[in-house]
Design a protein around this ligand. Structure first.
Ligand code: HEC
Ligand code: HEC
Ligand code: HEC
Ligand code: HEC
Ligand code: HEC
Ligand code: HEC
Ligand code: HEC
Ligand code: HEC
Ligand code: HEC
Length: 426
């Protein structure tokens, strides 16, 4: 019994041992396979923090590794050592930071470091990227000051990032069009940095402008950001004499009238920056008609012939505006009757266009130039007003005539009836 028991027991033990071995073998194999897969993903070193583009540097520098791996550069066979040197195979700081290790690239050296590739025509041609950034940068307010030893100015990595360099078409990119003001504003909106240098806070002024509202609130990507007026890599302040060209790239008609008037020469002689002297450089506001008169006296004396001219332009504008408003009033009356008014609506719209053009033409500060548009707006307004008034009057006359007609009809019937009723009695 006991022998059999032992026999049976030993068989069971042997089975158990085999099973254990099998389980061990399977799990070992699974482990080995999974390890091999992991090695594949993180080759060549078999460590979870080692990746293709950052080698073992990422073990000790995880945040740089994560930023770098999202970048355009990481996809292009670039490594940490491309910019920093060092030995990426090592997980020992001393030996990793050997082998031509440059350490942190100083701010003064960053442009040259980036330009070692970005100014290389052969290297950039396949990506269709321009190679002029460094050349332009050296002419910019930033580049000139960096050369003179001022390391607080913008270098490539301030605007693009050192590790997380993204494509400009990526909405997360620092140079994506709606992010540009903030990228520049990091410094140009920092009064601690700018005030001692007698530089204005251009960023917060810009945020108050009609342009920023157009860009951020209306999503109109045609509105200018900092680089539209200053240039991208060659950023310099717009010089007096060039301001009208910069604004005129988008506001062509205003520039044309401005150049046809006395201000173009007059302001240049006095070294006043053209459009910006009247509109400000950054906090540019939406149009307000009253400024056609009130704006002049900030430069011309009260009671001067120029101030009188401003008042005349405003009066001319207002007369035309009133004529158009009165036409609009008549149209809404006619709509209530109702009368057919489609044609009037489109004519009044045309008159409003003339009024807008009058404001643009006012940049010549010449009464006859502006009057060409106000006169048209006024005559359309007056025509529409009189035509509708005439129609409404005709309508009234028709109604009264109809009333009189029916009055006589009823009266006549009454008289006939009475006459007939009286007949037989008599
Ligand atoms: C064993 C961990 C370790 C490894 C591996 C390692 N580093 Fe570092 N690294 C550090 C530490 C810690 C510091 C900060 C202390 C210091 O400044 O020396 C540092 C600092 C740096 C700095 C800034 C130096 C400065 O001048 O301020 C750079 C750049 C850098 N590492 C790049 C690399 C690169 C590139 C690699 C791969 C080739 C690498 N590191 C690998 C630990 C490591
Ligand atoms: C395209 C060139 C480039 C590559 C590639 C690059 N770096 Fe850098 N790195 C820079 C520049 C430029 C700076 C200096 C940034 C600054 O001063 O604003 C810097 C700074 C650093 C610093 C110092 C950060 C600090 O705040 O002190 C460390 C650490 C570093 N890099 C590690 C790495 C590691 C790790 C990798 C790879 C994952 C890497 N870098 C890849 C250009 C590069
Ligand atoms: C080793 C060569 C090399 C260095 C050094 C280098 N780059 Fe690049 N960079 C490239 C290549 C190649 C591309 C093209 C990648 C692509 O478009 O996929 C690129 C792309 C870019 C782009 C994206 C352009 C776009 O919109 O497609 C920017 C921005 C950029 N680099 C900025 C920098 C900055 C800033 C530095 C210095 C911190 C720098 N690069 C250093 C090679 C380099
Ligand atoms: C003051 C901020 C600023 C500085 C400094 C700067 N860039 Fe740019 N960069 C930009 C902006 C903004 C754009 C996007 C322009 C666009 O959308 O057309 C850009 C675009 C680029 C591009 C994309 C291709 C192109 O030209 O349109 C590359 C590459 C580039 N910069 C490299 C550099 C290099 C290299 C440096 C340093 C020599 C540098 N940048 C310095 C702001 C800057
Ligand atoms: C890292 C900080 C920084 C960033 C980011 C930066 N700037 Fe600057 N910028 C400066 C400093 C500092 C000066 C020098 C001011 C001085 O002392 O006159 C300067 C000068 C300038 C000047 C010349 C001013 C003059 O009177 O000569 C212009 C124009 C300018 N920046 C435009 C820009 C634009 C546009 C951007 C964004 C595309 C930008 N900056 C991003 C720091 C920065
Ligand atoms: C609509 C065009 C326009 C836009 C947009 C614009 N600027 Fe300007 N900026 C100008 C003009 C014009 C001047 C003044 C030139 C003059 O008076 O001669 C100027 C002057 C400057 C100066 C020199 C200021 C000084 O105090 O000497 C800096 C710096 C500057 N701008 C930065 C910026 C920054 C940063 C942004 C974006 C937040 C920006 N600008 C947006 C047109 C513009
Ligand atoms: C890149 C194109 C662009 C540039 C450059 C530009 N603007 Fe504008 N501007 C716009 C757009 C878009 C609007 C909003 C739509 C509109 O009213 O035309 C606007 C609106 C305005 C308005 C308000 C118009 C209104 O009807 O109320 C004024 C004033 C103005 N800009 C003045 C300027 C001045 C001054 C400059 C130069 C310092 C300038 N702009 C440079 C595109 C530009
Ligand atoms: C002498 C002062 C003065 C100068 C110089 C000046 N403007 Fe004006 N601008 C005005 C006044 C006044 C108005 C009408 C009221 C208002 O919009 O505030 C106006 C209106 C505008 C408008 C909105 C109305 C419209 O025309 O559609 C734009 C856009 C504009 N100006 C752009 C410019 C540009 C671009 C320049 C330079 C080429 C310039 N201005 C030069 C005073 C000036
Ligand atoms: C930002 C300052 C400024 C503003 C605002 C301004 N002007 Fe002028 N204007 C000048 C300058 C400068 C001259 C050149 C002659 C001079 O020095 O007086 C001039 C000249 C003129 C002239 C030619 C005078 C002559 O004798 O040749 C006329 C007309 C004129 N302005 C009308 C106006 C009117 C109308 C307004 C208001 C819509 C206005 N200006 C607003 C600066 C300004």
């Amino acid at each position: 019994m006991s022998a059999r028991m032992w026999e049976g027991g030993s068989v069971r033990m042997a089975r158990l041992a085999r099973l254990t071995l099998l389980v061990c073998a399977v799990s070992c194999a699974t482990w080995a396979v999974s390890q091999a897969q992991e090695d594949d993903a993180t080759k060549p070193h078999g460590n979870a923090f080692v990746t293709k583009s950052s080698g073992r540097c990422g073990v000790c520098h995880p945040s740089e590794r994560v930023a770098f791996e999202k970048s355009r550069h990481a996809g292009e066979d670039m490594r940490c050592t491309t910019c920093h040197g060092g030995n990426e195979q090592s997980v020992d700081q001393t030996s990793a930071h050997a082998n031509g290790f440059k350490g942190r690239i100083s701010r003064a050296d960053i442009p040259a470091s980036c330009a070692s590739c970005h100014s290389d025509q052969k290297m950039m041609r396949p990506y269709d990227l321009p190679v002029d950034q460094m050349a332009l940068y050296q002419t910019s307010g930033h580049g000139l000051k960096l050369k003179a030893g001022d390391t607080k100015v913008a270098v490539c990595s301030d605007c693009h990032g050192a590790h997380d360099v993204l494509a400009a078409s990526d909405p997360a990119c620092r140079t994506y069009v709606t992010n540009i003001p903030r990228t520049c504003g990091n410094c140009h909106g920092d009064s601690l940095l700018m005030a001692p240098r007698h530089q204005k806070d251009s960023y917060h002024d810009y945020l108050k402008s009609v342009h920023a509202k157009e860009l951020f609130d209306k999503g109109d990507l045609r509105a200018p950001t900092c680089v539209s007026c200053h240039g991208v890599h060659g950023a310099t302040p717009t010089q007096v004499g060039d301001v009208n060209k910069v604004c005129g790239r988008c506001h062509t008609a205003e520039r044309r009238y401005f150049l046809a008037g006395p201000h173009a020469d007059g302001m240049a002689k006095k070294g006043m920056s053209e459009c910006a002297s009247c509109h400000q450089d950054h906090a540019i506001q939406a149009g307000a008609t009253e400024r056609l008169a009130s704006g002049c006296v900030s430069c011309h004396a009260k009671g001067s012939k120029e101030a009188a001219l401003g008042a005349q332009l405003l009066a001319d504008y207002k007369t035309a505006d009133l004529a158009v408003s009165r036409a609009e009033e008549q149209i809404s009356k006619a709509d209530g009757v109702p009368l057919q008014t489609d044609d009037y609506h489109s004519r009044v719209e045309e008159a409003r266009t003339y009024l807008r053009e009058a404001m643009t033409a006012a940049h010549a500060v010449k009464p006859d130039v502006m009057a060409a548009f106000t006169a048209r707006a006024r005559s359309v307004g007056t025509e529409v007003e009189t035509e509708i008034k005439h129609k409404l009057l005709n309508l009234l006359v028709e109604k009264v005539a109809l009333l009189v007609f029916w009055f006589y009809v009823v009266m006549t019937i009454g008289i006939i009836r009475r006459w007939r009723d009286r007949g037989p009695k008599a």
